[in-house]
Design a binder for this molecule. Structure first.
Ligand code: 13P
Ligand code: SF4
Length: 360
């Protein structure tokens, strides 16, 4: 069964209505986590500085002053990956956020990632260099639509598994969270006999359903980047590099996953690339991943998976964060992630459940 039968195609944060804000304001969820208000933040921004100012060095200095930690996702621009204390996938970043002793977390990633860090650290300041850094997948499952669907199908008594790429409002409605790195384990741990609803990514959901054999209803959301890769584009690149294995993210479509030698999270792509004897590897995910791979697995050739059009494979939300904005965030201690306690608390339980189950 297909959940929510509605085509929740991509509507960017501004058009989706959930992330609308004026420049210089901080987003705040309402008590239900479904709409937003704003609060002013200082507008000083990052002083351009005379040429020769080393932003990376200034960030390191600010980091010491603030007792801050910098966490960055694998898709961030190279300059941000290079100044981060930790670079990784959503799962690794969640563990880092859960165990940090820092007072401030500068999260170089997208909104739902920084929000997850805040859910786990209510007393710490969590900064996101650009609050507009949303996610098409998260937008495809607004909490009020999920709530309406669950109410309309109350007889199913769904066990809701939410991929971490969703808002705090959706996490608050879930029984457990998963990432691409632990989805199989989390789905296998779902109570027997319960109907399972997997939100919001239909491709990750279908992949994990194939691997586990567990029946699940899937929310019809997707990532606007990963659905751009096609069987034709992958077959074409394979012809050019016949000895290169294809490693693809599970957010890719079925046709692309079927052509891949390995389907895994971004972190597991690093491990796969290290361990394969192949010298050339075709990487089918967001383009930022190549920086991490080149850095950690030197001497191999990483070929970005192409699409059928001029699309560059860069997530425009991930790329909203820059070194300048990261500097401004630490300088101004804004923009900050703020959540109502009721939503935070409800969203925390399924994340903690995931962290616990994932360790086993
Ligand atoms: P990972 O958890 O595999 O890094 O994926 C996050 C993401 O946003 C993929 O598009
Ligand atoms: Fe969201 Fe896709 Fe960007 Fe990942 S790559 S943050 S799923 S829009």
């Amino acid at each position: 069964m297909v959940a929510a039968g509605v085509n929740f195609g991509f509507a960017g944060p501004a058009s989706g209505g959930q992330l609308v804000r004026e420049i210089g304001q901080t987003l705040i969820h309402d008590a239900e986590g479904t709409s937003w208000a704003t609060q002013p933040v200082p507008r000083t921004g990052c002083p351009p500085g005379p040429s020769g100012v080393d932003l990376a060095e200034e960030i390191a200095e600010l980091k010491r002053e603030r007792n801050a930690v910098i966490l960055a996702h694998n898709y961030q621009v190279p300059e941000l990956q290079d100044i981060a204390d930790y670079v990784g996938d959503s799962l690794g970043l969640s563990y880092q956020a859960a165990q940090t002793n820092a007072d401030v977390i500068l999260f170089c990633g997208v909104h739902f990632m920084a929000e997850t860090a805040k859910i786990l650290n209510p007393t710490k300041k969590v900064l996101l260099p650009d609050l507009e850094a949303g996610c098409s997948l998260s937008e495809s499952c607004p909490p009020e639509k999920l709530k309406a669907f669950l109410d309309a199908h109350a007889e199913k008594n769904y066990y809701v598994i939410a991929y971490i790429n969703c808002s705090a409002g959706v996490k608050a409605l879930a029984d457990v969270i998963c990432t691409s790195g632990n989805a199989e384990k989390i789905v296998r741990s779902a109570p027997a006999g319960r109907n399972v609803l997997f939100v919001p990514d239909q491709n990750l959901g279908a992949w994990v359903r194939e691997r586990t054999g567990r029946a699940m209803d899937l929310w019809q959301g997707n990532c606007y980047i990963h659905v751009e890769f096609t069987a034709r584009s992958i077959n074409n690149i394979r012809e050019q590099y016949p000895n290169a294995p294809v490693v693809a993210h599970p957010e890719c479509t079925y046709a692309v996953r079927m052509l891949a030698d390995e389907v895994c999270s971004t972190e597991k792509m690093v491990a796969f690339s290290r361990q394969t004897p192949a010298r050339e590897i075709i990487v089918v995910t967001e383009a930022g991943m190549l920086h991490r791979l080149k850095k950690e697995v030197p001497g191999k050739l990483f070929i970005p998976g192409p699409t059928d059009n001029c699309f560059c494979g860069e997530c425009r939300f991930m790329k909203m964060n820059t070194l300048e904005k990261a500097h401004a965030a630490l300088l101004n201690m804004a923009p900050e992630i703020i959540l109502p306690e009721a939503i935070r608390k409800r969203a925390e339980a399924p994340i903690l459940r995931m962290l616990e189950l994932s360790k086993k």
